[in-house]
Ligand binder design. Structure first.
Ligand SMILES: NC(=O)c1ccc[n+]([C@@H]2O[C@H](COP(=O)([O-])OP(=O)(O)OC[C@H]3O[C@@H](n4cnc5c(N)ncnc54)[C@H](OP(=O)(O)O)[C@@H]3O)[C@@H](O)[C@H]2O)c1
Length: 268
C-alpha cells in the first residue's frame, strides 16, 4: 500500500504544470478540469472568484492530492515590475516549474463608438492584450527551461470579422492574435505559441449585464452552421491538443461550429 502511494506521489511530481489565467469558472475552469484529468498539475488563477477557485482546487486535490493550487491576482499588477516579479515567484513556488501557460482571463463588454473612453481602452487592453504579453515575457525563462508552450484564448472576431459595437474588445483581441504569431517567432525553437478562437461557447451569465434574452439566444443558434452553442469542453479539447502538438506553432484554431464562415460582421 505504501509502495503504491509513493509511486503515485513521485508520478505527480513529474507531471507537467499548467497555469490558466481567469480559471475559477466557465471556459478557464473547463480547461483546468480537462488538463487535470490528463494528469497535469494545475494552477488556477483568479481575481474576484476566489470562492469558486478554492472549490475547484478542493475537488481536484481530493481526487489527486497536491495536484492543484490557486493564485489570486488582478492582472493589472503587470503595470508594476516588482509586483509582476512577485507573481512570477508565486507561480514558480507552486510546483517548481511551468510547462503550459494559458491566457484565458478577459473582460468583454460593448463600447459603442462615440462613447468610448480611455478607462474602457485600458481595461479591455489590459486583460486581452497587455497582460498576456508581459506575463509571457516574465515567464519565458521557465517555459523555455521546460520546452513548454503558450496557448491564448482569442476570438473569431479578432480577425477580419469585427463584432459590431465592440470596437475596443475587437482591437484588443486582434493585438493578442498578433502576439501569438509574433511570439511564435520570438520563442522558437524552445517554446510553441498557439491560439484557440472560440465562437459562442458559453453565453454570458444570466445575472450579468451582458445577459441575452431568449430571442437573442435563438438568433445566435440560427447563425451557427452546427445549429448549437458550443461548450467550454470543446475549447478545452483544442487547448489540450495544442499543448501536446509538438510541431505546431503560430497556429490559431477556430472552435465555433462553423460560425466564422457565415459571419456578416454584425451583432447576431
Ligand atoms: N464565452 C465565449 O463563448 C467566448 C467567445 C469568444 C472568445 N472567448 C474568450 O475565451 C476566454 C474565456 O471566456 P469566458 O467567457 O469563460 O471568460 P469570462 O468568464 O468573461 O472571464 C474569465 C475570467 O477572466 C478574469 N479576469 C478578467 N479581468 C481580469 C483581471 N484584470 N485580472 C485577473 N483576472 C481577470 C475573471 O476572473 P475573476 O472572476 O476571478 O475576477 C473572469 O472570471 C476569454 O479570453 C474570452 O475572450 C469566449
Amino acid at each position: 500500500m505504501n509502495q503504491i502511494s509513493t509511486d503515485a506521489s513521485s508520478m505527480n511530481q513529474l507531471a507537467p504544470v499548467m497555469l490558466v489565467t481567469g480559471s475559477a469558472k466557465r471556459i478557464g475552469a473547463a480547461i483546468i478540469r480537462a488538463a487535470h484529468s490528463q494528469g497535469y498539475r494545475v494552477i488556477i488563477h483568479c481575481h474576484h472568484s476566489e470562492h469558486e477557485a478554492n472549490a475547484l482546487a478542493d475537488t481536484l486535490n481530493h481526487s489527486r492530492p497536491n495536484s492543484a493550487t490557486i493564485i489570486i491576482a488582478d492582472l493589472a499588477i503587470v503595470n508594476n515590475d516588482a509586483d509582476l516579479r512577485q507573481l512570477v515567484t508565486n507561480i514558480l513556488a507552486a510546483f517548481g516549474q511551468l510547462d503550459v501557460l494559458v491566457h484565458n482571463a478577459s473582460r468583454f463588454y460593448p463600447t459603442p463608438f462615440g462613447y468610448i473612453n480611455h478607462a474602457q481602452w485600458d481595461e479591455l487592453f489590459l486583460s486581452n492584450a497587455k497582460a498576456p504579453l508581459l506575463l509571457s515575457q516574465a515567464l519565458m525563462p521557465y517555459l523555455k527551461a521546460q520546452r513548454g508552450c503558450i496557448i491564448s484564448l482569442l476570438d473569431i472576431h479578432a480577425d477580419n470579422k469585427p463584432f459590431s459595437g465592440y470596437t475596443v474588445y475587437n482591437m484588443a483581441k486582434a493585438a493578442h492574435r498578433m502576439m501569438v504569431q509574433s511570439l511564435a517567432l520570438e520563442m522558437a525553437p524552445y517554446v510553441r505559441v498557439n491560439g484557440v478562437a472560440p465562437g459562442v461557447n458559453i453565453l454570458p451569465e444570466s445575472d450579468s449585464d451582458q445577459a441575452l434574452d431568449l430571442v437573442q439566444q435563438q438568433n445566435i443558434v440560427n447563425s451557427i452552421p452546427m445549429q448549437r452553442v458550443g461548450t467550454p469542453d470543446n475549447i478545452a479539447h483544442s487547448v489540450l491538443y495544442l499543448a501536446q502538438a509538438n510541431y505546431v506553432t503560430g497556429e490559431i484554431i477556430s472552435v465555433d461550429g462553423g460560425r466564422s464562415l457565415t459571419l456578416a460582421g454584425h451583432n447576431c
